[in-house]
Every structure is written in structure tokens, then in C-alpha cells.
Design a protein around this ligand. Sequence first.
Ligand code: SF4
Length: 235
Amino acid sequence: MQVHSILYPSYVDGPGPRVVLFLQGCPIRCPGCQNRHLWDPKGGKEIPVEEVARRLLTTGLPVTISGGEPFAQARELAELLHILKEAGVHVIVYSGFRFEVLLSIAGAVPGIMTTLHLADVLVDGPFIASLKEGAGPYRGSANQRAIDLPATFAAGEVVEVDWGELAVSILPDGSVVSQAEATPVLKSLGPSQRTRRCGETCAASTPLKAGGRTYAFALAPGAEANAFIRRPAKG
Ligand code: SF4
């Protein structure tokens, strides 16, 4: 499969920490997309599905599959899901296609239905810049839904995951990671700087790679970024 990168740990691509697979290639081309460098289906690197799975499972983390458009490689995506779910890993898949669109084309595109039945959560829909405000945790714009796939297929109607609860994690290196709403509560600890947004492929400022003691916060929904790093004063 065509891969851009594998990034971990991530705290902004679903409830973290997680490992994120960024697949290469996207035909959707949303205006304002932050990952235009992932549009070219010939970019990145071709890596066998089994090797991608091995690299993801080696981290021991739950998996998020993003892009790019994962369903543009639906057959390989389904193969990957088979391996990951056999290993018992929780998997979130992001897609620029709405769930209903994926269902409507699943009969003609091998791999789509298998993936939808194996993955745990689908975050669906294109990025719509005008709906960026109030997007909610782990989403780019407010139109996107976090769909609980097993519950949805059991109920016969879309069931969304409740990611609204505030989560604060203290990491082994002293970092504090939280969702957007915690920023006002925790800002008394000192100045912050932003790190990756949900879906960003830049790894330069992820909390544990920033070095030393760092603090990561998520910005309020609709703010410029959805995660912060706070560096405590020296001494
Ligand atoms: S679906 Fe995602 S990667 Fe594709 S254009 Fe839209 S925001 Fe960019």
C-alpha cells in the first residue's frame, strides 16, 4: 500500500496515545486541506500491507488510519484491518467520504464493506473550512461524525461515539495532554505553544519528541489548533 508516514505517539487523532498511519493519495481535494502533499497517489512509499501492520503493531498502541483518503486503497485497507483486528487492536479510520457514500459504492469497490465491518470507529466526511469552528475533539470540521461502526450496524442507524468528555493524561515524561476545553483550566501553569493538529503529518512538535518536560493541551473547539505544548520554565 502507498504510505506517507507512521507517527506515534499521537494525542490528537482520536483518544490517545495512538499510532497514526497516514496513507498517500486523496481524490477528494477539499478546499483548505492541510495535507495537500498527500493528494498525489504516487507519492510516499509503497510498503507491503504485512509490513505496515508489523510496524503499527510493534508500537503496542491503538491505531488511527488517516490520510490522504484511506478508502482510495480499499482492498489493501481491508487486508490491513484483518491483521490489526486479529491482533485485537482498536482501529479508527478517517475518511473524506461520508458513511452513506461509502455504503452506496461498497458493492462496486472491494474492501470497503470489509473495512467498515472490521474498524471500530469511522470519522467521516470531507473537511469543510467554513465549519472548522466548533468541530469538536479529533475532527477537522463540524460536519464530520465519529461513528461507532459495530453499534451502527447492530442498530441499523448511525450511532456516534461520545468523544465529548474531557480527558487529561499525565505522561511518563511529565507532559500533560488534554483536549481543547482544558486549556483555560490549565493555562495558569504557564505559556503554551501549539503542536500538531488532528490529521497533521508534521511530527516535529509532538509532545514526547519535543524533548525534556513538555505539556500538551488541546485548544478549544474552533480555535486555531487542537493541541498545545507547554514548556515549563527552567530551574
Ligand atoms: S479528504 Fe482529507 S486529505 Fe483529502 S482533501 Fe479532504 S481534508 Fe485533504
